[in-house]
Ligand binder design. Sequence first.
Ligand SMILES: [Mn+2]
Length: 277
Amino acid sequence: MQKRKIKLAVISDVHLGTYGCHAKAVNNYLKSIEPEILVLNGDIIDIWQFSKRYWPDSHMKVVQRIFKMMSQGTKVYYLTGNHDEMLRKFTDFRLGKLELLDKLVLDLDGKKAWFFHGDVFDITMKHSKWLAKLGAVGYDTLIILNSAVNWFSQKLGKGKVSFSKRIKNSVKQAIKFIDDFEKTATEIALNNGYDFVVCGHIHQPAIRDVFSTKGKVMYLNSGDWIENLTALEYHDGKWSLMNYKLEFNEETSIEDEINVKLPNIEALYQHIIKTAV
Ligand SMILES: [Mn+2]
């Protein structure tokens, strides 16, 4: 199988470092593409649940794969989510082809695309829907507000406000949450004149046109790599949803292995001694 050259790929909610993560599938998918731009739209490494005890080779390979893609020319934007919010301290960090941000606006063939994870809506939807609706409140303000609410919530011993926790409560609640999420995202996007709004967070892959009196916006969600195994792709002026379960099978193979073996300690020692002279 040949690698596909595409303009842009978006993945989110990989949750590396958790048992639910389908890291091998992520690897297979990333191996199959050669994008100019890769957007990692939040919750890539699950730092909330991260433990030193669970970090298999397949998870390490995803990280190495992304670095390999960068070395081959792919520009990578890592947009932080709630499960990797610790990285928000380093927002605007840049290293070679890697950029760490909490939102991204790209010009795609003359159209404005707005990318962000989406957890900032958790609070606004629950506590003050009007706040998000105002649209006047900047995205950065929402992030600060979110961290503040989570901080208080933890101090009160209630834990963080988590979508996955809520979805377990009831299906009806989950459907309402997804609906509210999509409405909030599209309303703000319309108010700001974006053509595309691209989120993750709710683990619900989607590509849909939304119309209102203010105009039209396309709502996109890259889904997740826990259950749906999906990604968004943009190429030749068109968006598409990649569904791993439909497009890959056991026979799909792309030759491009990465070896995660670390050098043995003796070899490493010799190397350090040698270069020191
Ligand atoms: Mn999330």
